[in-house]
Design a protein around this ligand. Sequence first.
Ligand code: ASP
Length: 304
Amino acid sequence: MSWTLMIHGGCGAMRPATLAPEAEELARTGLAAALDAGEAVLASGGAPLDAVEAAARVLEDDPAFNAGRGSVLAANGRVELDAAIMDGKDRRAGAVAGLTTTRAPISAARAAMERSPHVLLTYAEADAFAREAELEQVDNAWFVTPERKAQLETVMATGGKFDADIKYGTVGAVAVDQDGHVAAATSTGGLTAKRWGRIGDSPLIGAGTYADDRSCAVSATGLGEAFIRAVAGHQLAMRMMLSGESLQQALDAVLADVRELGGNGGLIAVAPSGEAAWGFTTPGMYRARTGSDGAREVAVYSER
Ligand code: ASP
């Protein structure tokens, strides 16, 4: 039974000299816990879709990452959550944007996929839909941590501009099983000091999230506006189908294209062949992988 699981916890300007050792340790521990959750599904013959949801849920609940609890704040001081999930087997997809009370946005995305005829649900009606699907609801303040409040204050003090030092902490997971079925999930609070009502790339199918058994499954992190304009996820899938590039070559080409548009970020991807690749144009990206071959890796900086 062969399978691969890859996850990310966002990319950013973190370097060994700038990231506090405690923060690094928390992130590494969180990534390992998410790997465990996804691995438990795949090792027992479960579906890639279940594995990516399980991994993303662990990261959503971990305040070290910008998804679910610990999400970054919009300029109005509130948390607005975006998420998407996609099954490569039949290209079914579900997404939610602008959630403010649903604890597990990735499961709301899955509910949208499985229990509605729609792909993308937004704002209060999406929370209401999640409530009807019996997903836990919490007060918006539950998502807010003191670190994120301080981060917003810092960004607002400098005019609310997104700069190169920003840490994108979006979470994502991609998985492939022995039959070549792939799935992808992405969940995020978006960008610090974003205009409320702004929707990023993560919940947009083909931009920050995409899965197709004919090509690959991919999850993005970084400046969402550039990933949307590059149609990054779908571009990677099309390169795999049409260009003859390897997964790594195609992924690097997409990141170069995003960069052309003024955006930095990272991608993780797996292909039905079992091939896996990641890459980023920021100094670091929280990321981890595991597989039936026993290769387990948790990394933050470019080399480790
Ligand atoms: N891509 C996300 C967004 O633009 C941000 C991130 O990756 O942290 O909403």
